[in-house]
Design a protein around this ligand. Sequence first.
Ligand code: AMP
Ligand code: MG
Length: 341
Amino acid sequence: MITKQLTTNDVRQAAEILRAGGLVGIPTETVYGLGSDGLNSEAVGHIFQAKGRPQDNPLILHIPEASWLERYCQEIPPCAWDLAERFWPGPMTMILRRKPLIPDVVTAGLDTVGMRCPAHPVCREIIRLADVPVAAPSGNTSGRPSPTTAGHMLEDMDGKIEAIVDGGPCSVGVESTIIDLTCTPPRLLRPGGITLEQLESVLGEVVVDQAVTRLMTAGEKPKAPGMKYRHYAPKAPVTVVTGEPAKSAAYIASHAAAEDGVICFDEFLPLFTRQSETRPVMDLGPAGDKEEQARHIFDALRQFDHTQVTAIWAQCPDDSGIGLAITNRLNKAAGFHIIQV
Ligand code: AMP
Ligand code: MG
C-alpha cells in the first residue's frame, strides 16, 4: 500500500477514506492520530495491526461537537457538560459510560469509553464530513514517542495506512488529558494539555491516579489496561534528572559520558555542546516556558533513534501546570528512572 500524503485542502478525500473503512493519519492539536471509523470493528482492528498495539489498550472516540456525546454515551453526569463547555474543543478526553452501539474493539471490552472533541479545525472538519465518530490513538508504532509532525508519523506508518493529512506541527505536543467521570471523585488518568489545576477549577476535588506518578508494580491492576505499557521510549535508556534547572544541568554535565545524549533547557545548550562536540543534544525550550517544552518533548525523544547513543539524560520541569504532563511522559520514557537533585 502507498500512503497518500494529503494537504489540508483534501479533507473530503480523507473523510471518504474513513467512510470506506480505511486508516487516515489526522492532525490534532495534541499529537497526530491514527483514525478509522469508530463504528466499524474491522477498520478499528486495522489500527491495532498498524501500530502493533495490544488489544486490551482502548482507543479514544473523536467527535466534532459536544452534542454527539449523547449518541455514544449514557448516564452522562452534569459535570461532563460543564467540562465540555469550558475545555472543548480542546485537549481533554472524558471517560463516560458507553452505549452498546460502540464496538468492543474500541473500548477493549470496557463498559466505558474515552470521548474527545479536538480543537484542530482540519480534524473536526474531517470528522464532520465523514459523519462518523473517529476512533484514534496516537499515530506512532506502539511504545514509540507520539508523532507531533506528519513526518514523524510517516516514519512509523508509511505503507501501513491509506493516507495522512499534513496539518502542520501540533500546537500542544502532548496527548490529551484523560479524566474519568465514572467514579467519585473524578480521577485523572493521564495529564495533558488541560492542566490538573484547570480541571479542579470546574470539578473541585480530582484524584490523581497512581499510574501518573509512579511505576505500576507486577500484579497491580491499573484503572485502564493501557496504563501498564512501556511508553514513549526511544531505543536508548533514559535517566530523568529533576530539580532546580542549574542543579540538574550540573548533575548531568558531571555524570554523563561524552557520547551520551542529553535533553536540556535552552539555557544549558552551550554547556553540553562545549563539553563534547560529538554528543547529540536536543533542546526542550526555555526553562521558564513549559508550553514550548511540551511542543518539543516527543520530537526530542524521537530524534535520538536517528543517532548511535546508548544512554540519554534529560532535564525535567517541575510538575505544576502542563509540567505534570511533561514529567509524566519523560518519566514513562525513562521507566521511572528518576534522580532528584
Ligand atoms: P493514545 O491516544 O495512543 O494514548 O491511547 C488512548 C489512551 O486512552 C490510552 O492510554 C487508553 O488507556 C485511554 N483510554 C481509552 N479509553 C479508555 C477507557 N474507557 N478507560 C480508560 N482509559 C481509556
Ligand atoms: Mg499513544
